[in-house]
Design a protein around this ligand. Structure first.
Ligand code: PEP
Ligand code: MN
Length: 285
């Protein structure tokens, strides 16, 4: 067997589908579905987040994103609203009925985030935080596991293995670019990782073209490439006024550009005979 066991195709031939129940229709992530996750890099304040959440819902996004606990390279950068921002996420879930994904950096925040969010994101910088991964293995919520900044595919699947082996089978892999010798882009989007993961593993894989490129004008093309290469969805950063964003403005799409991209992605997904949003009843939006 491969070093990663429960994550491998040998262990499970059929693709893992992860269903997220909401007050609206359930969302499915996995092979044959195309799921769109979007929102600002960080939740900045109630007014802008709720306005954005309503816009994203109207455009047909399936899951909201928004960081409260932000892993920032510099300790002087905006590190998110932290725990007090949880009410804003709660309100967005209530108003839209959509599920929310947010990053967990520290197990001490698990109770707060478990109660109030639908998907727990393990960020790139924590992909090999093995104690965090072990805790995620004990949780009965989907875990969005981002690829480490310089992680090989095997290291990434072994990180997923920690969660699976701990008893949580709901792992969603997220390719977000890797660090290479190229300084023009924030990271190098590894499109080839998509068919490779599909070959090696039964787990769903989505792509984050925002962090993979660092440049807003590269986001839609790389998102299209990801879907064309077989990704099960995308996660994209959107901001009302990217120039004023407290984090990652350079890679954030304006609402107008995001709307255009969503149409392209949905057209491509239908071309590839994927269920958009992956609703079980065959009706997708
Ligand atoms: C994020 O998605 O908010 C994020 C910090 O991304 P990454 O962990 O991929 O850098
Ligand atoms: Mn970001």
């Amino acid at each position: 067997m491969k070093p990663f066991k429960m994550a491998s195709r040998e262990y499970r031939e059929t693709d893992t589908l992860i269903e997220i129940k909401t007050t609206a229709q359930p969302v499915v992530i996995g092979e044959g579905h195309c799921t769109i996750i979007a929102g600002p890099c960080a939740v900045e304040n109630q007014e802008s987040y709720i306005e954005m959440a309503k816009f994203l819902q109207a455009v047909g996004v399936h899951i909201l994103r928004g960081g409260l606990f932000k892993p920032r390279t510099s300790p002087y950068s905006f590190k998110g609203l932290g725990g007090p921002g949880i009410d804003i996420i709660q309100e967005a879930r209530r108003v839209t009925g959509l599920p929310v994904a947010t990053e967990i950096m520290d197990v001490r925040d698990l109770d707060l985030l478990y109660e109030n969010t639908d998907i727990l994101q393990v960020g790139s910088r924590n992909m090999q935080n093995f104690s965090l991964l072990q805790e995620m293995g004990k949780v009965d919520k989907p875990i969005l596991l981002k690829r480490g900044l310089s992680a090989t595919i095997e290291e990434w699947l072994l990180a997923a293995e920690y969660i699976l082996n701990g008893g949580n089978e709901k792992v969603i892999l997220c390719e977000r670019g890797i660090r290479t010798f190229e300084p023009y882009t924030r990271n190098t989007a590894d499109i080839g990782a998509i068919p490779l993961i599909k070959h090696l593993s039964h787990l769903p894989i989505i792509v984050d073209p925002s962090h993979a490129t660092g440049k807003w004008y590269m986001v839609a093309p790389v998102a299209r490439a990801a879907i064309a290469a077989g990704a099960d969805g995308i996660m994209v950063e959107v901001h009302q006024d990217p120039d004023k964003a407290l984090s990652d403005g350079k890679q954030s799409l304006t609402p107008d550009n995001f709307r255009k991209m969503v149409k392209e992605i949905k057209d491509l997904a239908r071309l590839g005979q994927k269920q958009v949003g992956g609703y079980y009843n065959g009706k997708s939006t």
